[in-house]
Write a new protein. Structure first.
Length: 128
């Protein structure tokens, strides 16, 4: 008793309670916790009023790798860009190091305009 078998981890599992000198008995959260709950794809499509089968729907579905975002990013972090657009930006700019700054984080302000354009041009400029 008290010994750790070879191959076992000291890291807490799940929602283990973690104590540190600065923050005693703080519950260690995960990205799926209420604080960092990410919307489902269907929620994202519904909120953005995306037309089923549109190129915008496919773009949203193709950009769900939330591991590309900074750990503190969430849908309620004050950055007025949807998570899928942030992922799309990170995928296309892997050379840029994520760093929080400004009202849109470290994302170019032009992404806000692009997002508005995408919502009104869900074919993304492609002729049918």
């Amino acid at each position: 008793m008290g010994f750790i078998a070879e191959g076992q981890s000291l890291r807490p599992k799940g929602d283990a309670v973690v104590s540190t000198p600065d923050e005693p008995r703080k519950r260690k959260g995960t990205r799926s916790s209420q604080q960092h709950r990410f919307p489902t794809v269907d929620e994202q499509l519904r909120v953005s009023r995306v037309q089923h089968g549109s190129p915008l729907e496919q773009l949203i579905r193709d950009n769900q790798d939330l591991s590309l975002l900074r750990p503190e990013e969430s849908e309620n972090d004050g950055i007025d860009l949807p998570l899928w657009l942030r992922v799309h930006y990170r995928k296309n700019h892997p050379d840029l190091t994520p760093a929080p700054a400004g009202p849109v984080g470290d994302y170019p302000e032009a992404l806000e305009n692009l997002h508005e354009w995408m919502k009104t041009h869900q074919d993304l400029g492609r002729e049918a």
